[in-house]
Unconditional design. Structure first.
Lengths: 299, 367
């Protein structure tokens, strides 16, 4: 039994094809990540699944309910946290929580034990206006509000964008806690390093899904030799390396460049052919999800 | 019902927390009601008159002194040369020239008379026209007096005038109900639209849309707060009209509230409908301004509908303020009862139902 079933979903805005035939399935109680850059269609997918917009074609079911026919029933079963903070900035923390509880027809006390681990951290500021909270606190309040009616599915659109590294890590701990309570979570993020916190991930780009697997499974798909190369003359090195034999791809990766090689690639010959980079360092490295992403995008 | 109450409470809380709105809601009606009736006057005063006296007789002096005595007219200059007066008119120092021909007094008693000629500067059509009328009235009165003295026959005044319902023809009393309507249009026409578009811009409407709140509940949650605010504004306006201008309704106060209650629903429902079609504040404001111009200038608030072209008169049938201004003026000045103008109430009722149904239907929880 799948909690989210998406079948060949398409949506365009005028000329722009935001989603071009997306299909995937999410198990009950799974933490599923949508990884992709801006413009990949992640937000459109969330807006479709939370019934805010209708698809052009294709089908999708959330908790067994059709997103078009049963949109009303879906609304009381899902929690949605949009990418942009969209609670009332002029209401206090407490007032926002009570307001959304009342709209869903529940009492805060009924769900308190569910939101407690999250809400407890912002409770000392419950009289403060939501607009005056820090980024991390806003995000906790938004998550509390999204959980107030005990949804069975949680949709989180880039919840960690614009949040500091410590709060981001804390946030993923909270999601792990919610997952243990049996809540299915669909989360999107542009940060590849967060992908490893998901059970399974889908790599998306320009309205397509490039691949779906567990984070380790995705990395294993990368079956070519990978090297990290570095020199002080960063840009010259990139240009020169791309010219060499046996180099499939070379791209900047943090402080160094990643070099995807063919099986016949010979490190010694490569260094010789490259010429005058006296401070050149080259060593084999483990592929990351980002490397897989770049490889899949090239295909 | 609980959901409606929560939305209602939230709306009021937001208005209260706003640093500007509560002040606006109280100060706006007071300022408009105190200031505007004083400046929005169609009574023409201080019309400057030049008398070109070619006659230099008792009669011509009498005419000049009567002009000077009139509360509307100011005698700017008396001269014997028309070109001098004309020059003053061109410079704007004089609005109307009265020329009394030579031998006017003598000829007045019999035989063909050369006529008094009046020249008015009609660039400001109202001032020119009204000034001319005042001058004609003043001269006519002087002439009647003179004739009465010369011929001791009892000459009765030919016409008597009585202005019913607004005995002193006080323009303020005519304008105050119109100002009240302008207040409603501005407060209840703009605020609900701004509130919805504000939620669209802040993204909070998305958060509401994923909840099971129905369209009707949401619309009512936006409508009712501004309805109450509108009635509050009416109360302030009526108190100011009473305290400052001594104007109290000749008819029933309840009838005024009933009309206002319906009219505010109409205008708020209209405002919500526009907000549903607008993505940004600018867009909704511009569309509202367009309709507000129509409402203010074509509904008989400032100029009578009867003097508009026929096609425009027919068009006013679909302008809701037209019905309310009728109610407000009649009840305030004439003391009209409900039975005399139930059609106007019915029209407002129909508009209220239509616009609010439209507001509910056009609010999309799903695009």
């Amino acid at each position: 039994m799948y909690t989210i079933e998406v079948d060949n979903l398409k949506k365009c805005y005028g000329e722009v094809q935001a989603l071009d035939g997306v299909s995937f399935r999410v198990h009950h109680g799974e933490l599923f990540g949508l990884i992709g850059p801006d413009g990949a269609g992640k937000t459109t997918l969330f807006r479709l699944l939370t019934t805010l917009i209708k698809p052009d074609s294709g089908e999708a079911k959330v908790d067994g309910l059709d997103i078009v026919a049963d949109y009303h029933a879906i609304r009381s079963r899902v929690g949605y946290m949009p990418g942009r903070f969209s609670l009332y900035p002029d209401l206090s923390v407490e007032e926002n929580l009570n307001f959304f509880a009342a709209l869903f027809g529940v009492r805060v006390e009924e769900s308190y034990e569910l939101i407690e681990p999250i809400y407890k951290q912002i409770e000392p500021f419950r009289k403060r206006r939501a607009g005056k909270l820090s980024g991390g606190m806003k995000q906790k309040l938004a998550l509390s509000c999204a959980l107030i009616h005990r949804p069975s599915v949680l949709f989180l659109d880039e919840p960690t964008t614009g949040v500091d590294a410590v709060s981001r890590s804390e946030f993923w701990d909270m999601l792990a806690g919610l997952k243990e309570r049996g809540i299915t979570i669909l989360v999107s993020t542009p940060y590849m390093d967060e992908a490893s916190r998901c059970d399974r991930i889908a790599l998306c780009n320009e309205g397509h899904i490039l691949g779906i697997d567990t984070p380790t499974g995705i990395v294993q798909q990368f079956n070519a030799p990978l090297y990290a190369i570095r020199s002080k003359r960063t840009f010259a090195l990139l240009e020169a390396a791309r010219e060499q034999q046996g180099v499939v791809q070379c791209y900047p990766f943090g402080e160094c460049h990643h070099l995807v090689a063919t099986e016949e690639f010979d490190k010694r010959l490569f260094v010789e052919a490259l010429g005058d980079f006296e401070d050149l360092e080259i060593e084999p490295t483990e592929p990351t999800i980002e490397d897989v992403f770049i490889k899949l995008m090239r295909r | 019902m609980r959901r409606f109450f929560v939305l209602f409470k939230k709306e009021f809380l937001q208005i209260k927390r706003n640093s500007f709105l509560p002040k606006l809601i109280i100060i706006f009606p007071i300022v408009i009601m105190m200031l505007m009736p004083l400046v929005m006057t169609m009574d023409v005063k201080n019309v400057n008159i030049a008398v070109v006296d070619l006659d230099r007789s008792t009669a011509s002096h009498r005419i000049a002194s009567h002009i000077e005595a009139s509360e509307y007219l100011t005698l700017a200059t008396v001269t014997a040369e028309f070109p001098l007066a004309m020059e003053a008119l061109e410079q704007g120092a004089v609005d109307v020239i009265v020329q009394i021909p030579d031998n006017y007094e003598r000829d007045m008693m019999g035989g063909p008379t050369e006529k008094i000629s009046i020249t008015a500067n009609a660039v400001n059509a109202t001032k020119g026209g009204m000034g001319m009328q005042y001058v004609v009235q003043t001269i006519a009165r002087t002439l009647t007096e003179l004739r009465g003295e010369k011929m001791p026959v009892e000459v009765s005044e030919l016409v008597t005038i009585e202005n019913r319902y607004n005995p002193t023809l006080n323009y303020r009393h005519y304008m105050i109900p119109a100002l009240m309507i302008i207040l409603f249009i501005l407060v209840c026409g703009f605020l609900p639209a701004l509130s919805i578009v504000g939620e669209k811009e802040a993204g909070t409407i998305e958060q509401i849309n994923v909840t099971p709140v129905s369209r009707l509940t949401f619309t009512l949650g936006k409508l009712v707060p501004y309805w109450l605010i509108g009635l509050f504004v009416l109360t302030i306006a009526m108190v100011v009209a009473w305290l400052v201008y001594g104007l109290t309704p000749a008819g029933s106060v309840g009838l005024i509230y009933l009309g206002a209650a319906l009219f505010i629903l109409v205008i708020s429902g209209f405002s919500l409908t526009i907000a549903n079609f607008s993505e940004t504040m600018q867009q909704s404001m511009f569309v509202m301004f367009f309709f507000i111009m129509l409402f203010m200038l074509m509904s008989g608030l400032l100029t009578p509908i009867d003097s508009m072209p026929l096609w425009a008169q027919r068009f006013t049938i679909i302008l809701p303020p037209r019905y309310f201004i009728d109610i407000l003026r009649s009840v305030y000045l004439k003391g009209t009862t409900f039975m005399d103008m139930w059609q106007n109430f019915a029209a407002l009722g129909i508009f209220a139902v239509v616009f609010n149904t439209l507001a509910t239907l056009t609010y999309k929880k799903q695009a």
